[in-house]
Design a binder for this molecule. Structure first.
Ligand SMILES: Cc1cc2nc3c(=O)[nH]c(=O)nc-3n(C[C@H](O)[C@H](O)[C@H](O)COP(=O)(O)O)c2cc1C
Length: 324
């Protein structure tokens, strides 16, 4: 729990994101979770192909399972706000865990997304499933797979790379510094190594004036983080989650840089017509607009209730807050 609180503290937001965790860490709760997972797997084609008993044992053997859910919200923007917060906190949690020698696997397999499975583990109506983090100590760390350099996913819009108001040398350094930070951020987890992101850097003296006019804040430059828009709803969620992890990595890495970063989600990013002005193609969406080099970053997110209330132990009825 200390790790989750630490991860939540490191999430910066203007709003009050709504998300919670369901924790299965006792032997009984792990067994129960394994039963629910196996029941779903046996129903599926996968159940006929894999040794379910072995998998059940693996699930029970893993010391901790953290199920993360976000509130759906009144509209898409609010829903994204909550979902992005939950994903970002999960990513920070993975990094903090790694520092302590703990490994984590983010699980969103289709069979853990079925309505009946989610209802059994305590996900309520109006909640959006984000993922299960299976956590434990590992013997051997897996090798990370190579990422595509950010430079290959980089577009500068209507600018020469010169940030307004500062000498060109410093501006060039900033662009380099931003790319360098992005090259750390692209190590975000992303299922199937889809790397479903690209970056539009909006900057630049006189010629950039029109574009920058409609962007918010007093930032010296903006980075539009563009996500691929998958047609399959399951993949679409995974892609958005991966992009949120990348943005969180970027914010964490930027803490040691001389420039500030502020994550924003303005209304216009939900209007495809307006997004097109910035070169966003059909089949893509803007996940966030990052203000760079502007005022100080947001304070840590306000949390509506004491964080501990977000936990619900998924254990036998005697200890359970809710009957599942
Ligand atoms: C939203 C999301 C969903 C994921 N779902 C799964 C999954 O269902 N099964 C799985 O084995 N890994 C899943 N992963 C884990 C990624 O596959 C894993 O982090 C990444 O591919 C690790 O590769 P790397 O070591 O090169 O970073 C998911 C990751 C994210 C961010």
């Amino acid at each position: 729990m200390a790790l989750i609180n630490e991860a939540a503290e490191l999430y910066e937001s203007e709003g009050t994101p709504q998300w919670r965790c369901i924790y299965a860490g006792t032997p009984e709760s792990r067994e129960r979770l394994a039963d629910y997972m196996m029941a779903k797997m046996l129903d599926s084609r996968l159940g006929k192909l894999v040794p379910t008993k072995l998998i059940a044992k693996r699930v029970t053997d893993i010391p901790a399972h953290l199920i993360v859910v976000a509130e759906s919200g009144a509209d898409q923007r609010q829903s994204d706000e909550n979902y992005a917060a939950a994903c970002s906190i999960m990513q920070t949690l993975q990094l903090l865990a790694w520092e302590r020698g703990l490994g984590a696997l983010w699980d969103t397999e289709p069979f853990v997304q079925s309505e009946s499975f989610l209802a059994r583990i305590g996900v309520r109506q109006g909640e959006r499933f984000v993922g299960i983090l299976h956590m434990g100590y590992f013997d051997k760390a897996p090798k990370g797979r190579k990422r595509t350099p950010a430079e290959q996913k980089w577009t500068v819009l209507l600018g020469s790379g010169v940030l307004p108001g500062i000498p060109s040398d410093a501006a060039a350094l900033s662009e380099r510094s931003i790319l360098e930070t992005l090259n750390g951020a692209v190590w975000a987890p992303n299922d199937g190594l889809r790397e479903p992101w690209r970056f539009i850097f909006v900057t630049g003296g006189e010629s950039g004036g029109n574009v920058r006019a409609s962007l918010p804040g007093s930032a010296k430059a903006h980075l539009l983080v563009v996500a691929k828009e998958e047609s399959d709803p399951h993949k679409r969620e995974e892609v958005y989650a991966a992009v949120c992890c990348l943005i969180q990595n970027f914010e964490l890495l930027a803490k040691s840089k001389p420039w500030g970063v502020r994550r924003t989600r303005p209304e216009w990013i939900y209007d495809p017509q307006q997004c097109r002005h910035y070169g966003v193609e059909p089949g893509e969406r803007i996940a966030a607009v990052l203000e760079l080099g502007g005022e100080k970053a947001h304070p840590p997110a306000k949390l509506a209730v004491p964080r501990v209330i977000r936990f619900e132990l998924l254990i036998t009825c005697r200890f359970s807050r809710r009957r599942n």
